[in-house]
Design a protein around this ligand. Structure first.
Ligand code: GDP
Ligand code: MG
Length: 450
């Protein structure tokens, strides 16, 4: 019988002498040391066993690899494009997949929980966001090979604040907006004709402020309900002769829920019956402590009618905007939100929008949720035809296929076909959801009858 020494076999099998000796002894074969010889038959059995074990181990490993592919670890701040790169697909493909799931995000959007959830729903890939600090802490870590695609540097520049005026009925919302618009220099120079585009742009000390034209919290909440957070600052207006009223509290709660900074305008200060200190006390009881009392809520006593201190209010808006470092990427894929839209007899579908990222240009193909279109013409707040609209600014746009709804978001896409298909998919999904809702209620009705 042919024999082989254990150390020779170990070398062949590429394992440790001692390990092999242990295996052989465990098999009940007598062997004293790695210098001992064993039958080649036995050697063959050992070799086969080891190979099988190795294969099953490898199998397990590849399963592990598969599950790690199921969960994709990305570092905090990664964008949709980064994830697409990691998944080995073009960013536009991933964006389209997300849109067809009813989630509209541009390629440069930073991955958050919502986007991660949607990616999971669409692709079954679990996205795990690793905080930037934890990643360095856990080193050394076997990192997946990440193609270092050259990233376009983001050009974050300041953008004007977008302001909504909220407050109880008759406390002066419309009067304040009218006063601000009327006294605006740009509008005056242009002949004082401001066009209705859903928002007003005013300039104070050379800086722009955008006011949403629809005051009150209905517009604010309906936008938010659609996931479109447009407002940067809420001006909560309280009439000094009337004080805090139910809608004041409602507005305050909405602003708080949206985490939007609040500036209080105590209005009608020109009235003899005005009691600004009483208003401050009422607001303090609600948790809004005025600065002069050691709190951090800016309160300005104004008269929307005479214009007293309205300048100061604008000043404060710019201050809060600066403190909150409102910025946008002017070179990102253009995207924004519809603030209102209608069907014009002559012009067709008309949408008043606000650009949130990127620079919107005439000719851009825009994908909304329920429609799409190529921007045929754009008008600014003074009714001028413009070729470009930068972040925070409103515009009236023409050229859409259909009338979108207020609060719908839009994003620029590369081609008309992709836009049309995405809209079709979105509508189909909605139809299915609606049908399911109908089915569900009829089933519930059926159960009730039983
Ligand atoms: P809104 O319901 O909040 O939009 O309130 P309005 O702007 O329509 O104002 C309601 C009433 O209050 C109108 O008659 C305004 O003229 C009046 N008003 C608004 N602001 C002032 C103000 O600062 N002083 C005075 N005396 N009246 C004001
Ligand atoms: Mg009003």
């Amino acid at each position: 019988k042919r024999k082989i020494r254990i150390y020779e076999l170990a070398k062949m099998l590429n394992i440790d002498n001692k390990d092999l000796l242990q295996i052989i002894q465990d098999l009940g074969v007598e062997a004293k040391s790695h210098m001992s010889s064993i039958d080649t038959d036995v050697a063959q059995i050992i070799e086969e066993t080891l190979r099988e074990e190795k294969e099953s181990k490898l199998g397990k490993r590849s399963e592990e690899v598969a599950t790690t592919l199921d969960t994709l670890e990305i570092s905090e701040g990664s964008t949709v494009e980064d994830v697409a790169n990691r998944l080995g697909k073009p960013a536009t493909t991933l964006v389209k997949e997300l849109i067809s799931a009813g989630f509209m995000v541009p390629a440069n959007a930073v991955i958050n929980e919502d986007i991660a959830k949607t990616i999971n729903k669409v692709l079954g890939v679990n996205i795990k966001i690793v905080p930037a600090s934890a990643e360095t802490k856990d080193e050394p870590r076997v990192r997946t090979v990440e193609p270092k695609k050259h990233e376009k540097p983001k050009k974050l520049l300041p953008r004007p604040p977008i302001v909504t005026v909220m407050g109880h009925v008759d406390h002066g919302k419309t009067t304040l907006l009218d006063y601000i618009r009327k006294t605006n220099v740009t509008a005056r120079e242009f002949g004082g004709i401001t066009q209705h585009i859903g928002a007003s742009v005013v300039e104070h000390n050379g800086k722009k402020i955008v006011f949403l034209d629809t005051p009150g919290h209905e517009a604010f909440t309906s936008m938010r309900a659609r996931g479109a957070q447009v407002t940067d600052i809420v001006v909560l207006i309280v009439a000094a002769d009337d004080g805090v009223m139910p809608q004041t509290i409602e507005a305050l709660n909405h602003a708080k829920a949206a985490n939007t900074p609040i500036i209080v305008a105590i209005n009608k200060i020109d009235k003899p019956s005005a009691k600004p200190d009483r208003v401050k006390q009422q607001l303090a009881d609600l948790g809004l402590i005025p600065e002069e009392w050691g709190g951090d809520t800016i309160m300005v006593e104004i008269s929307a009618k005479t214009g007293l201190n309205v300048d100061q209010l604008l000043e404060m808006i710019l201050l809060v905007a600066e403190m909150n470092e409102l910025v946008a990427d002017y070179e990102a894929t253009p995207q924004g939100v519809v603030i209102e839209a209608e069907l014009d007899k002559g012009k067709g579908p008309v949408a008043n929008v606000i650009v949130q990222q990127g620079t919107l240009r005439r000719g851009d193909i825009l994908l909304f949720e329920t429609t799409w279109g190529r921007v045929r013409a754009m008008m600014d707040h003074l009714g001028r035809n413009v070729d470009e609209v930068t972040p925070s600014l409103p515009a009236k746009i023409l050229g859409l296929e259909d009338v979108p709804q207020a609060g719908e978001r839009f994003i620029k896409v590369d081609d008309e076909r992709a836009a049309r298909e995405a809209v079709e998919q979105y509508m189909e999904k909605k139809r299915q959801q609606e049908m399911q809702a109908v089915k569900r209620t009829s089933l519930e009705e059926l159960f009730e009858q039983m």
